[in-house]
Design a binder for this molecule. Structure first.
Ligand SMILES: [Zn+2]
Ligand SMILES: [Zn+2]
Length: 183
C-alpha cells in the first residue's frame, strides 16, 4: 500500500468529519494526526506511523460493503480473540466483486476460524478458514447455484465448494472445485 493510497483510505474512513488529506504521498503532520486518530478509534497502538497492523485495518476501507467484524471467528471468544488470522486481501476483493455483480448483500456465515473452532465444526485440517483465506457465503435473495456459477468464473486460482445452502470460496492459490451438496 503506497502513501497516496493510504491517504485516500484515511479520507474514506474519516469522510465528513475532518478536512480530507491531500493525496500527495507525503506523510506530514496532518497525515500523522489522521493516522493517530485512526489508530485510536481502532484500538491500535497510537504512534502516528502506519505500520503493517494499521495498514491491515485500513485495507477494509477499500471494500465498502465489508467490515472486519464480519469475518470474526464464531467460537464466540471461547478459544480465540476472534481474529486468529488476517483476512487475505484477494478474498475481500473477490467478495466485493460478488457483491457488486449481484447488487445484493453477501452474508458471511463463516470467515476466520481458530483451529479449535475449525475442529469443532468438522472443518478439514487443511482448512483455508484457519488462514483467513476462506469464506462461506450466501447472497441475499440469490440461489446458491447462481452464486456458484459466478464464483466459478472469477475464482480461477482458488477453490469453490458448492454446499446445499451456501458456497465456500477460498484463495488457496490453485484451482479446485468440489460438490458437497449431499453432505
Ligand atoms: Zn475462535
Ligand atoms: Zn468453508
Amino acid at each position: 500500500m503506497d502513501n497516496k493510497v493510504m491517504q485516500g483510505l484515511l479520507n474514506t474512513w474519516d469522510k465528513g468529519r475532518t478536512t480530507p488529506l491531500v493525496m500527495d504521498g507525503i506523510i506530514g503532520p496532518l497525515s500523522r494526526e489522521k493516522i493517530r486518530r485512526f489508530q485510536k478509534e481502532h484500538g491500535l497502538v497510537v504512534d502516528g506511523i502506519a505500520g503493517p497492523i494499521t495498514k491491515y485495518e485500513l485495507m477494509f476501507y477499500k471494500y465498502k460493503d465489508f467490515e472486519k467484524s464480519e469475518f470474526k471467528c464464531k467460537c464466540g471468544g471461547r478459544f480465540c480473540n476472534g481474529y486468529p488470522a488476517k483476512v487475505e486481501e484477494s478474498l475481500l476483493k473477490q467478495l466485493q466483486q460478488i457483491r457488486n455483480y449481484f447488487g445484493k448483500p453477501v452474508i458471511i456465515t463463516s470467515g476466520i476460524r481458530c483451529r479449535t473452532h475449525n475442529h469443532n465444526v468438522a472443518g478439514a485440517d487443511t482448512s483455508q478458514h484457519v488462514h483467513g483465506k476462506a469464506a462461506d457465503i450466501k447472497v441475499q435473495g440469490v440461489s446458491p447455484d447462481l452464486v456458484y456459477s459466478y464464483a466459478n468464473q472469477i475464482n480461477r486460482d482458488g477453490c469453490v465448494i458448492r454446499y446445499k445452502t451456501f458456497n465456500h470460496i477460498d484463495r488457496r492459490g490453485y484451482r479446485l472445485r468440489l460438490d458437497y451438496r449431499n453432505r
